[in-house]
Design a protein around this ligand. Sequence first.
Ligand SMILES: Nc1nc2c(ncn2[C@@H]2O[C@H](COP(=O)(O)OP(=O)(O)OP(=O)(O)O)[C@@H](O)[C@H]2O)c(=O)[nH]1
Ligand SMILES: [Mg+2]
Length: 358
Amino acid sequence: MTKPHLTIVIPSYKEAANMPLLLEQIHSALGDYPYDVLVIDDNSPDGTAETVRSLAEKYPVSVTVRKDKRGLASAVVDGFKLAGGDIVAVMDADLQHPPAVLPRLVRAIEAGADLAVASRYVPGGSVGNWSATRRVISRGAVILSHLLLPSTRGIKDPMSGYFMLRKDVISGIELSPVGYKILLEVICLGCPHQAVEVPFIFENRRAGVTKLSMVTQTDYLRHLLSLMRRTGEFRRIVKFVTVGGTGTLVNLGLLAVLKEWAGLHYLVAGAVAFEVSVVWNFLLNDRFTFRDRKRPDGTLPGRLLRFNVTSLGGFIIYIAILALLTQVFGLYYIVSAAIGILIGFGWNFMVNSAWTWR
Ligand SMILES: Nc1nc2c(ncn2[C@@H]2O[C@H](COP(=O)(O)OP(=O)(O)OP(=O)(O)O)[C@@H](O)[C@H]2O)c(=O)[nH]1
Ligand SMILES: [Mg+2]
């Protein structure tokens, strides 16, 4: 059986000094596997393109030179468009992404994965000798993406710049490189069916200097927001807040009715009103906010039970604040209840998003 052709896309800017060793290492790593290398260079003044052209006699490599410096992510997107292989890999030019990992990525794809990520954050992988600051920023960035973009949660290193995919993962999707974390776009918009991670150790830059600065940190936040918008996660938050608003009205209305007309003690009325609004919120969120997220094994009563259990924390907060503000601070009980609902709200969103409709 013929092996699917692999195209390796390498964005480059001022990487002439790294090209000979990079191409040699790729070649010896892949042996006789059918591949070609596509360097997307932004008109580097150090002769990167000329160096690559001279190496084309020895290796299956070509270079596309773009007239102006449009950045790393857009270079990768252009590379995707030009790549002829059924499998496409992306890696840096500075040997921080060791070519020796390529065969393991290929094997993962051959074994059925449609996305194979070279990962610094699975056992066996590491960020090498990064400073503590850079480690913390990188970890924080991963946590933020897991929190805000649910489809990245299964991947420990969604920020990696070193990965391989089957071409059909990205065919027909509109990649918009706001930041330079192109893998985030691929995960969130390409919706790979089977993503695996292969450990690697992030090496020191071989030659040349870094091109990415702190500006990229704000780019990263803009990128996350843009992906939240494009994947519908923003709309989900708006829906959750809307449902919460109606639940609050149900809660406060019922509390007033039970206390004023039925004559219940305000804490008993509050407890009943709370449970009714919990079920109310659950049914609306289940049908509306998280409709796409039901797990195959989850049944409605099962999710309702989870929702009740997770709302227990909110319930305790609510009753405590209702009693405290009314009894100790002398607030009108409806006002105390409204404040209690508000404070339990953020907690409930986090827990339910992470557990009930994971
Ligand atoms: N085409 C193109 N490639 C770029 C641009 N900026 C960076 N690159 C390439 O993208 C890859 C990653 O850039 P680096 O500067 O190594 O970024 P980094 O790895 O986060 O930083 P270091 O750890 O300091 O190397 C390298 O292959 C760069 O040559 C650009 O504007 N255009
Ligand atoms: Mg680098």
